[in-house]
Design a protein around this ligand. Structure first.
Ligand SMILES: [Zn+2]
Length: 337
Protein backbone atom coordinates (compact mmCIF):
# COMPACT_ATOMS: atom_id res chain seq x y z
CA UNK A 1 0.00 0.00 0.00
CA UNK A 2 2.75 2.40 0.90
CA UNK A 3 4.50 1.74 -2.41
CA UNK A 4 1.33 2.43 -4.40
CA UNK A 5 0.77 5.63 -2.51
CA UNK A 6 4.26 6.91 -3.22
CA UNK A 7 3.98 6.02 -6.91
CA UNK A 8 0.77 8.05 -7.19
CA UNK A 9 2.34 11.01 -5.46
CA UNK A 10 5.49 10.91 -7.58
CA UNK A 11 3.63 10.57 -10.86
CA UNK A 12 1.33 13.43 -9.88
CA UNK A 13 4.24 15.60 -8.92
CA UNK A 14 6.07 14.89 -12.13
CA UNK A 15 3.07 15.65 -14.30
CA UNK A 16 2.64 18.90 -12.37
CA UNK A 17 6.10 20.01 -13.37
CA UNK A 18 5.03 20.98 -16.87
CA UNK A 19 3.99 19.85 -20.28
CA UNK A 20 7.35 19.80 -21.98
CA UNK A 21 8.12 16.19 -21.13
CA UNK A 22 4.73 14.98 -22.42
CA UNK A 23 5.17 17.05 -25.55
CA UNK A 24 8.56 15.59 -26.21
CA UNK A 25 7.74 11.94 -25.70
CA UNK A 26 4.01 11.73 -26.49
CA UNK A 27 1.37 9.60 -24.78
CA UNK A 28 3.08 6.25 -25.24
CA UNK A 29 6.26 7.82 -23.92
CA UNK A 30 4.40 8.86 -20.78
CA UNK A 31 3.16 5.30 -20.36
CA UNK A 32 6.65 3.98 -20.87
CA UNK A 33 7.96 6.47 -18.35
CA UNK A 34 5.33 5.37 -15.84
CA UNK A 35 6.30 1.71 -16.24
CA UNK A 36 9.95 2.62 -15.85
CA UNK A 37 9.12 4.48 -12.66
CA UNK A 38 7.17 1.46 -11.36
CA UNK A 39 10.09 -0.82 -12.07
CA UNK A 40 12.62 1.64 -10.69
CA UNK A 41 10.66 2.11 -7.49
CA UNK A 42 10.35 -1.61 -6.88
CA UNK A 43 14.09 -2.05 -7.45
CA UNK A 44 14.89 0.94 -5.26
CA UNK A 45 12.63 -0.20 -2.46
CA UNK A 46 14.06 -3.70 -2.43
CA UNK A 47 17.61 -2.32 -2.49
CA UNK A 48 16.96 -0.01 0.46
CA UNK A 49 14.57 -2.25 2.36
CA UNK A 50 15.95 -2.38 5.88
CA UNK A 51 19.06 -0.55 4.73
CA UNK A 52 21.78 -1.40 7.20
CA UNK A 53 25.19 0.27 6.97
CA UNK A 54 28.17 -2.09 6.89
CA UNK A 55 31.53 -1.47 8.50
CA UNK A 56 34.29 -1.39 5.94
CA UNK A 57 37.95 -1.53 6.96
CA UNK A 58 39.90 1.55 5.87
CA UNK A 59 43.19 0.68 7.53
CA UNK A 60 44.36 -0.74 10.88
CA UNK A 61 41.69 0.14 13.44
CA UNK A 62 39.79 2.62 11.23
CA UNK A 63 36.45 1.79 9.61
CA UNK A 64 34.03 3.61 7.33
CA UNK A 65 30.27 3.26 6.92
CA UNK A 66 29.54 4.34 3.36
CA UNK A 67 25.92 5.40 2.93
CA UNK A 68 23.80 5.42 -0.24
CA UNK A 69 24.11 8.46 -2.56
CA UNK A 70 20.39 9.18 -2.81
CA UNK A 71 18.00 11.21 -0.69
CA UNK A 72 16.98 10.65 2.95
CA UNK A 73 14.16 8.11 3.24
CA UNK A 74 12.34 6.00 5.81
CA UNK A 75 14.27 3.03 4.41
CA UNK A 76 17.73 4.48 4.97
CA UNK A 77 16.81 6.44 8.12
CA UNK A 78 18.68 9.47 6.82
CA UNK A 79 21.99 7.56 6.65
CA UNK A 80 22.62 8.86 3.11
CA UNK A 81 26.13 10.01 4.00
CA UNK A 82 29.37 8.54 5.31
CA UNK A 83 30.30 7.83 8.90
CA UNK A 84 33.30 6.14 10.43
CA UNK A 85 34.84 4.87 13.60
CA UNK A 86 38.16 4.11 15.25
CA UNK A 87 38.47 1.15 17.59
CA UNK A 88 40.68 2.69 20.29
CA UNK A 89 42.21 1.04 23.34
CA UNK A 90 39.49 2.15 25.73
CA UNK A 91 36.45 2.29 23.47
CA UNK A 92 35.17 3.36 20.08
CA UNK A 93 35.48 6.86 18.61
CA UNK A 94 32.59 7.50 16.23
CA UNK A 95 32.86 10.16 13.52
CA UNK A 96 29.35 11.57 12.94
CA UNK A 97 26.21 10.03 14.38
CA UNK A 98 23.46 9.84 11.72
CA UNK A 99 20.24 11.78 11.30
CA UNK A 100 17.93 10.13 13.82
CA UNK A 101 17.64 7.82 16.82
CA UNK A 102 16.89 4.84 14.57
CA UNK A 103 19.75 5.73 12.23
CA UNK A 104 22.10 5.93 15.24
CA UNK A 105 20.90 2.50 16.35
CA UNK A 106 21.81 1.11 12.92
CA UNK A 107 25.27 2.70 13.18
CA UNK A 108 25.68 1.08 16.62
CA UNK A 109 24.73 -2.29 15.11
CA UNK A 110 27.31 -1.89 12.36
CA UNK A 111 30.01 -1.11 14.95
CA UNK A 112 28.96 -4.14 17.02
CA UNK A 113 29.85 -6.44 14.10
CA UNK A 114 33.49 -5.32 14.53
CA UNK A 115 33.99 -4.81 18.26
CA UNK A 116 32.32 -5.31 21.65
CA UNK A 117 33.81 -2.05 22.92
CA UNK A 118 31.30 0.72 23.67
CA UNK A 119 31.14 3.98 21.73
CA UNK A 120 32.75 6.35 24.23
CA UNK A 121 33.20 9.40 22.02
CA UNK A 122 31.27 10.94 19.14
CA UNK A 123 33.06 13.57 17.07
CA UNK A 124 30.92 15.62 14.65
CA UNK A 125 32.45 16.99 11.45
CA UNK A 126 29.46 19.21 10.76
CA UNK A 127 26.02 20.49 11.55
CA UNK A 128 23.99 19.01 8.69
CA UNK A 129 21.31 16.65 10.06
CA UNK A 130 23.03 13.34 9.31
CA UNK A 131 26.26 14.50 10.93
CA UNK A 132 24.86 14.93 14.42
CA UNK A 133 21.17 14.19 15.13
CA UNK A 134 22.16 10.73 16.39
CA UNK A 135 24.28 12.35 19.17
CA UNK A 136 21.50 12.02 21.72
CA UNK A 137 21.28 8.25 21.21
CA UNK A 138 25.01 7.73 21.81
CA UNK A 139 25.08 10.20 24.73
CA UNK A 140 22.25 8.23 26.35
CA UNK A 141 24.49 5.18 26.00
CA UNK A 142 27.40 6.87 27.75
CA UNK A 143 29.30 8.65 24.96
CA UNK A 144 30.82 12.12 25.14
CA UNK A 145 29.87 14.29 22.14
CA UNK A 146 32.60 16.55 20.77
CA UNK A 147 32.92 19.11 17.96
CA UNK A 148 34.69 22.32 17.07
CA UNK A 149 32.92 25.22 18.82
CA UNK A 150 31.51 26.75 15.64
CA UNK A 151 30.22 23.37 14.50
CA UNK A 152 28.35 23.05 17.78
CA UNK A 153 27.04 26.63 17.51
CA UNK A 154 25.67 25.95 14.01
CA UNK A 155 24.03 22.76 15.32
CA UNK A 156 22.17 24.86 17.90
CA UNK A 157 20.99 27.27 15.18
CA UNK A 158 19.96 24.52 12.77
CA UNK A 159 18.29 22.07 15.16
CA UNK A 160 14.66 23.11 14.91
CA UNK A 161 14.60 23.59 11.13
CA UNK A 162 16.41 20.33 10.48
CA UNK A 163 14.04 18.28 12.62
CA UNK A 164 11.12 19.86 10.78
CA UNK A 165 12.69 19.14 7.39
CA UNK A 166 13.51 15.54 8.31
CA UNK A 167 9.94 14.93 9.38
CA UNK A 168 8.99 15.20 5.70
CA UNK A 169 11.54 12.55 4.69
CA UNK A 170 11.48 10.09 7.59
CA UNK A 171 7.90 10.44 8.90
CA UNK A 172 7.28 8.20 11.90
CA UNK A 173 10.83 6.90 11.76
CA UNK A 174 12.00 10.24 13.16
CA UNK A 175 10.23 9.49 16.45
CA UNK A 176 12.42 9.60 19.52
CA UNK A 177 15.05 11.82 17.85
CA UNK A 178 16.22 14.69 20.02
CA UNK A 179 18.70 17.32 18.90
CA UNK A 180 21.76 17.26 21.15
CA UNK A 181 24.45 19.67 19.95
CA UNK A 182 27.99 18.49 20.77
CA UNK A 183 28.48 18.89 24.51
CA UNK A 184 32.24 19.46 24.40
CA UNK A 185 33.05 22.35 22.05
CA UNK A 186 36.71 22.74 21.07
CA UNK A 187 38.19 26.24 20.93
CA UNK A 188 40.63 27.58 18.34
CA UNK A 189 40.94 27.23 14.58
CA UNK A 190 42.44 23.77 14.96
CA UNK A 191 42.27 21.28 17.80
CA UNK A 192 44.05 18.10 18.82
CA UNK A 193 42.21 15.39 20.73
CA UNK A 194 43.73 12.46 22.58
CA UNK A 195 41.04 9.83 23.00
CA UNK A 196 41.66 6.30 24.25
CA UNK A 197 45.25 6.32 23.00
CA UNK A 198 44.40 7.78 19.58
CA UNK A 199 45.27 11.22 18.22
CA UNK A 200 42.68 13.17 16.22
CA UNK A 201 43.28 16.57 14.67
CA UNK A 202 40.31 18.74 13.78
CA UNK A 203 40.43 21.74 11.50
CA UNK A 204 37.68 23.95 10.13
CA UNK A 205 36.76 23.71 6.47
CA UNK A 206 33.70 26.06 6.59
CA UNK A 207 32.74 24.66 3.18
CA UNK A 208 29.31 23.02 3.13
CA UNK A 209 28.00 24.51 6.38
CA UNK A 210 29.66 27.25 8.45
CA UNK A 211 31.75 25.53 11.10
CA UNK A 212 32.27 22.25 9.22
CA UNK A 213 35.52 20.53 10.06
CA UNK A 214 37.59 17.52 9.14
CA UNK A 215 39.04 14.84 11.36
CA UNK A 216 42.60 13.81 10.55
CA UNK A 217 44.21 10.72 12.01
CA UNK A 218 47.95 11.44 11.64
CA UNK A 219 49.08 7.95 12.74
CA UNK A 220 46.85 6.14 10.22
CA UNK A 221 47.06 8.95 7.62
CA UNK A 222 43.29 8.87 7.12
CA UNK A 223 41.13 11.98 6.85
CA UNK A 224 37.39 12.08 7.43
CA UNK A 225 36.72 15.10 5.25
CA UNK A 226 33.10 15.68 6.26
CA UNK A 227 31.17 17.44 3.50
CA UNK A 228 34.28 19.08 2.05
CA UNK A 229 34.83 16.13 -0.31
CA UNK A 230 32.22 14.28 -2.35
CA UNK A 231 33.10 11.56 -4.84
CA UNK A 232 30.86 9.71 -7.31
CA UNK A 233 28.25 12.44 -6.89
CA UNK A 234 28.60 16.15 -7.49
CA UNK A 235 29.13 18.18 -4.35
CA UNK A 236 26.27 20.42 -3.33
CA UNK A 237 26.74 24.16 -2.82
CA UNK A 238 24.05 25.49 -0.50
CA UNK A 239 23.11 29.16 -0.05
CA UNK A 240 25.16 29.11 3.19
CA UNK A 241 28.12 27.19 1.73
CA UNK A 242 31.39 28.85 0.76
CA UNK A 243 33.29 27.72 -2.32
CA UNK A 244 36.10 30.11 -1.37
CA UNK A 245 36.52 28.29 1.95
CA UNK A 246 36.08 24.96 0.16
CA UNK A 247 38.92 25.65 -2.24
CA UNK A 248 41.26 26.77 0.57
CA UNK A 249 40.35 23.82 2.75
CA UNK A 250 40.88 21.37 -0.09
CA UNK A 251 44.41 22.70 -0.65
CA UNK A 252 45.10 22.27 3.07
CA UNK A 253 43.73 18.73 2.91
CA UNK A 254 46.05 17.96 0.02
CA UNK A 255 48.98 19.20 2.05
CA UNK A 256 48.25 16.48 4.63
CA UNK A 257 48.93 13.88 1.91
CA UNK A 258 46.41 11.41 3.34
CA UNK A 259 46.74 7.76 2.36
CA UNK A 260 42.93 7.38 2.36
CA UNK A 261 40.12 9.90 2.27
CA UNK A 262 36.72 9.08 3.76
CA UNK A 263 34.60 11.64 1.89
CA UNK A 264 31.31 13.07 3.10
CA UNK A 265 29.52 11.17 0.35
CA UNK A 266 30.70 8.40 -1.98
CA UNK A 267 33.15 5.55 -1.58
CA UNK A 268 36.38 5.74 0.40
CA UNK A 269 39.01 7.01 -2.02
CA UNK A 270 42.55 8.21 -2.53
CA UNK A 271 43.63 11.82 -2.75
CA UNK A 272 43.77 11.77 -6.57
CA UNK A 273 40.06 10.92 -6.87
CA UNK A 274 39.15 13.51 -4.23
CA UNK A 275 41.13 16.07 -6.26
CA UNK A 276 39.44 15.17 -9.55
CA UNK A 277 35.87 15.04 -8.26
CA UNK A 278 35.87 17.77 -5.59
CA UNK A 279 39.14 19.75 -5.61
CA UNK A 280 38.96 20.47 -9.33
CA UNK A 281 35.31 21.45 -9.00
CA UNK A 282 36.12 24.00 -6.26
CA UNK A 283 38.86 25.33 -8.55
CA UNK A 284 36.36 25.62 -11.41
CA UNK A 285 33.79 27.41 -9.23
CA UNK A 286 36.37 29.88 -7.92
CA UNK A 287 38.61 30.37 -10.96
CA UNK A 288 35.92 30.47 -13.65
CA UNK A 289 32.60 31.37 -12.02
CA UNK A 290 34.08 33.56 -9.27
CA UNK A 291 36.31 35.45 -11.68
CA UNK A 292 33.41 36.00 -14.11
CA UNK A 293 31.30 37.35 -11.24
CA UNK A 294 34.03 39.76 -10.25
CA UNK A 295 34.35 40.85 -13.88
CA UNK A 296 30.60 41.61 -13.66
CA UNK A 297 29.72 39.36 -16.59
CA UNK A 298 25.98 38.58 -16.85
CA UNK A 299 25.25 35.57 -14.65
CA UNK A 300 22.90 33.68 -16.99
CA UNK A 301 25.42 33.94 -19.83
CA UNK A 302 28.21 32.59 -17.63
CA UNK A 303 26.01 29.73 -16.38
CA UNK A 304 25.09 28.82 -19.96
CA UNK A 305 28.71 28.88 -21.02
CA UNK A 306 29.73 26.32 -18.39
CA UNK A 307 26.55 24.22 -18.34
CA UNK A 308 28.20 21.13 -19.80
CA UNK A 309 31.51 20.17 -18.25
CA UNK A 310 33.07 16.93 -19.44
CA UNK A 311 35.17 16.63 -16.29
CA UNK A 312 32.14 16.40 -13.98
CA UNK A 313 29.03 15.49 -15.95
CA UNK A 314 29.45 11.75 -15.17
CA UNK A 315 28.94 12.44 -11.46
CA UNK A 316 25.56 11.66 -9.96
CA UNK A 317 23.30 14.65 -9.32
CA UNK A 318 25.11 16.73 -11.95
CA UNK A 319 21.86 17.51 -13.78
CA UNK A 320 20.12 18.55 -10.58
CA UNK A 321 22.91 20.51 -8.89
CA UNK A 322 25.48 21.93 -11.29
CA UNK A 323 23.60 25.05 -12.36
CA UNK A 324 22.46 25.89 -8.84
CA UNK A 325 26.03 25.35 -7.61
CA UNK A 326 27.38 27.82 -10.18
CA UNK A 327 24.63 30.26 -9.27
CA UNK A 328 25.59 30.17 -5.58
CA UNK A 329 29.30 30.45 -6.30
CA UNK A 330 28.59 33.47 -8.53
CA UNK A 331 26.47 35.01 -5.76
CA UNK A 332 29.20 34.46 -3.17
CA UNK A 333 31.69 36.38 -5.31
CA UNK A 334 29.20 39.10 -6.23
CA UNK A 335 28.72 39.79 -2.52
CA UNK A 336 32.43 40.29 -1.90
CA UNK A 337 33.35 43.87 -1.05
ZN1 LIG B 1 26.01 15.68 3.61
Amino acid sequence: MAAIFSITVRAGTYRGQGRSYRERVGRSGVERWFLTVLLGLSIASSAYADYQPKAELVTGNVYALVGPLGQRSPKNDGLNANFGFVVARDGVILIDSGASRLGAEKIAQAIATVTDKPVRWVVNTGSQDHRWLGNDYFAAHGAETIAMSRTAATQVQQAEGQLKGLQGFLNTRLEGTRALPAQRPLAGEEAALELGGETLRLRYTHAHFPGDAWVWLPKQRVVFSGDLVYVERLLGVMPWSSVISGQKAFLALEALQPARVVPGHGKVCDLAQARRESGDYYDFLVNKIGVAAQDMQPMSQVLDQYADLAAFRHLENYAELHRANMNRAFTEFEALP
